[in-house]
Design a protein around this ligand. Structure first.
Ligand SMILES: NC(=O)c1ccc[n+]([C@@H]2O[C@H](COP(=O)([O-])OP(=O)(O)OC[C@H]3O[C@@H](n4cnc5c(N)ncnc54)[C@H](OP(=O)(O)O)[C@@H]3O)[C@@H](O)[C@H]2O)c1
Length: 247
């Protein structure tokens, strides 16, 4: 249990999966926790279930991000932890079959949205704040049919390192967390549930630990990185993937 009672935490994309589990973990450690989502009802219901605060924002839209920053400034005046989590996988496709709308959709949320979320919230970050990007182990792996998603996460990794240097003089730490397969709703947004279940089961067989991760695996790492225990860690990437990347 970490004492985070004086911390204001913002988590983008918090109505399900890793964002939701991480919000629960922060709340259990005493932090004031705001979660964002683009669907008003879903985000408000999720926040009510765990005792967090909901703010509606589509993280792919810079105007929404600016409004979010204004609202946090008005209500809290500062931010101690920024967890940039919102993301999608998009459609699986070979580069030769690429569709412009899929490219734009994935990049708008995963890359442009994440970048401007950091950019617009920097003025609110306290000296000593912690920023964590939710990347993926595939940022440094190469699997066919996932080029756009992989590229979006690889770009996040390099942005995080640059941000770590740009913000170091204010003791603001910036790190990435890179999960492997983690059982959430993420695949259900691109595939029907039978296909999604099949993908999870197949992945479990190829991972050295022979199991899929759960959102709480990632949540605990994010809370650790946000805590004072991680005060010497910046510009680093933490892979949580049951050994997938080394196999
Ligand atoms: N699960 C995995 O195996 C895995 C592995 C590596 C990395 N990741 C990354 O982990 C992050 C979280 O994914 P997850 O697995 O927890 O999936 P998830 O359950 O689908 O959660 C994604 C969250 O982001 C929200 N979101 C998506 N687009 C948004 C937008 N434009 N504005 C605001 N919120 C938005 C979703 O809201 P809606 O409900 O409205 O869509 C949802 O709350 C993503 O960045 C994903 O790429 C996941």
């Amino acid at each position: 249990m970490k004492n985070l009672t004086d911390k204001i935490v913002l988590i983008t994309g918090g109505n399900s999966g890793i964002g939701y589990a991480t919000a629960k973990e922060f709340l259990e450690n005493g932090a004031t926790t705001i979660i964002t989502g683009r669907r008003k009802q879903a985000i408000e219901e999720a926040a009510a279930r765990i005792g967090g605060q909901a703010m509606v924002a589509d993280q792919s839209k810079v105007a929404d991000i600016e409004h979010l920053a204004e609202e946090i400034k008005r209500q809290y005046g500062k931010l101690d932890v920024l967890f940039i989590n919102a993301g999608i996988t998009g459609e699986a496709s070979l580069i030769s079959d690429a569709q412009e709308d899929n490219f734009d959709h994935v990049m708008d949320i995963n890359l442009k949205g994440a970048y401007f979320t950091l950019s617009k919230l920097i003025p609110l970050l306290q000296d000593g704040a912690s920023v964590i990007f939710l990347s993926s182990n595939v940022a440094s792996m190469n699997k066919p049919q996932s080029s756009v998603y992989q590229a979006s996460k690889a770009a996040l990794n390099t942005i995080a390192k640059t941000a770590a240097l740009e913000l170091a003089d204010r003791k603001i730490r910036v790190n990435t967390v890179s999960p492997g397969p983690t059982r959430t709703a993420v695949l259900n947004k691109s595939y029907d549930s039978q296909t999604a279940d099949g993908i999870w089961d197949d992945l479990a067989q190829v991972l050295p630990l022979k199991k899929i991760g759960i959102p709480e695996d990632v949540a605990k790492m994010v809370v650790y990185l946000a805590s004072d225990a991680a005060s010497f860690i910046t510009g680093s990437d933490f892979v949580i993937d049951g050994g997938m990347k080394i196999s």
